[in-house]
Design a protein around this ligand. Sequence first.
Ligand code: NDP
Length: 302
Amino acid sequence: MTVSVTGATGFIGKRLVQRLHADKHSVRVLTRSRSKAQLIFPVKEFPGILIAEERDWKDCIQGSNAVVNLAGLPISTRWSPEVKKEIKQSRIKVTSKVVDLINGSPEGVRPTVLVSATAVGYYGSSETQVFDERSPSGNDYLAEVCREWEATALKVNKDVRLALIRIGVVLGKDGGALAKMIPLFMLFAGGPLGSGQQWFSWIHLDDIVNLIYEALTNPSYKGVINGTAPNPVRLAEMCEQLGNVMGRPSWLPVPDFALKAVLGEGASVVLDGQRVLPTRAKELGFQFKYPQVKDALKTILS
Ligand code: NDP
């Protein structure tokens, strides 16, 4: 199939494009920067991949069978009022553009599938509640971002199969939260972050890529699907496992202020968690390669 991908140059997108390309799908990278995308997907390694800047997105989307929408300003940055606005606007702007281009495509060349990212921040944070796809939205800033992001994707024509993937904290070697946590961990001897009682709904990079891939190709995947591993852990356990795998003792807590110094207000993604279960993915028969955080971390850090 032919798949157009926004945010293809990011942490999840890169791995997804590699997978689609390896499986002989035709990939169109929708980016803001051709030169950046060309460095990430050199033609020698990725022959046949089409890279398009915004003025050419229309031509790419028309004729694609499916679109994956992952773009947005990284959330784990310092949150000034301007950055907060951009975190929301960047997602809504790109999603809105993608939806308009799909809806405006003439029949016959209109994509029939849209897989659009959102986040478990939709549910708000809690140390006691358990959330799945039927749970209501929270009332903090990230919940509001996710609601508006999803509402924008929901404007896609009803004859397009839409899968909204509420993604948890993605664990992988070369990016995401783990890449930022490891240096702190080295510094503070690997203790818990903050109180340690917060829930940490994580997913291995391979599993989120497999889930998106499945959503592209399997017609049963529609509506909201949580992209989280079946065994979320409290942050204290995550840190203990990370300490074990890294061969570091885990006795000195990493204080909130240290994490905030690195991530700013964006530290709330890690410090104010939620326990989210992948009920729909399980109902759909999705097989997680890494259901346990210990195995996920071992593979990532070995
Ligand atoms: P990245 O931050 O690695 O990449 C996102 C991509 O979005 C970038 O490569 C860039 O592509 C594009 N982008 C960046 N800034 C802007 C902007 N201001 N306006 C428009 N586009 C922009 O994201 P991930 O791969 O980690 O995540 C993909 C999506 O999944 C994101 O929307 C993220 O919020 C969501 N998600 C990720 C989680 C995680 O743990 N990684 C957890 C929950 C949700 P280019 O420069 O090519 O245009």
